[in-house]
Write a protein that binds this ligand. Structure first.
Ligand code: ZN
Length: 243
């Protein structure tokens, strides 16, 4: 059930306490993929995971601007500070919990959101208001994880599978030519770069052409399977915060 498409009596009568919140970003994804890529992909994974779940799950509206200041040099990138983001997500999940949806998975599509989502999930869960767990789809794709990059093979593959009309296929060569082969500027295990413009000319890391729709289906399948298992575990877990 999509919260935005439901009426309030339908929500009141919903017989579940389980919800997902897709969380994306609005940030450059190279010359070939849209600024909304992370939100689009998070929604696709949330949708596919919820479809496989063995119980009803409410799909909350997407959080579509996140912690993306690292892409600020590229036009159209929007961001909020981690403090604002954590506060916003916290109040959003607390409002869901007010209506009885107090077991929540945040389905994330952006690496820059990961730390803040883990922190806010822990804080809310410890408070006892809700049990919240973050899930980042590209951490659930097995060995493919190492090819993540940025607007690279994995994200482009998922778009090609789910929303092919959003990929500028005529810009793929340009995307590859201006791409970096690594995220960051490393000395040993220390990354000297804070912003993507320091190591990628056009915003891309990795080769987007290596991610076709078939790979996208495979990624979606793997991520959806992991998410549905996580949803069952979150629904059944005994809450411990009051001990
Ligand atoms: Zn992305």
């Amino acid at each position: 059930m999509h919260l935005s498409n439901a009426t309030w009596p339908e929500l009141r009568d919903a017989e579940t306490n389980l919800a997902v919140v897709p969380v994306g970003s609005t940030e450059q994804h190279g010359p070939h993929a849209p600024l909304g890529t992370d939100a689009v992909n998070a929604e696709a994974v949330a949708e596919a995971g919820v479809e496989r779940a063995d119980r009803d799950v409410v799909v909350a509206p997407t959080v579509s601007v996140g912690v993306s200041e690292e892409h600020r040099h590229f036009a159209g990138t929007l961001w909020v500070s981690p403090d604002t983001f954590r506060a916003y997500v916290r109040e959003l999940v607390e409002s869901l919990a007010t209506h009885g949806f107090d077991r929540i998975v945040l389905v994330n599509g952006h690496g820059g959101n990961v730390d803040a989502l883990r922190e806010v999930s822990a804080a809310v869960s410890r408070s006892g208001e809700a049990f919240v767990v973050p899930f980042t789809w590209f951490d659930a794709v097995g060995d493919h994880r190492t090819d993540m990059g940025h607007a690279g093979p994995l994200e482009t593959a998922l778009l090609r599978a789910e929303r092919p009309e959003l990929v500028r296929e005529g810009k793929i060569d340009e995307a590859r030519d201006g791409a970096s082969d690594r995220w960051g500027d490393w000395v040993g295990r220390v990354n000297l770069a804070y912003d993507s413009a320091e190591f990628t000319e056009n915003g891309v890391v990795g080769d987007p052409d290596e991610g076709d729709a078939e790979l996208g289906e495979e990624l979606l399948d793997g991520a959806a399977e992991s998410l549905s298992a996580l949803l069952a575990a979150v629904a059944d877990r005994e809450r411990t915060e009051r001990r």
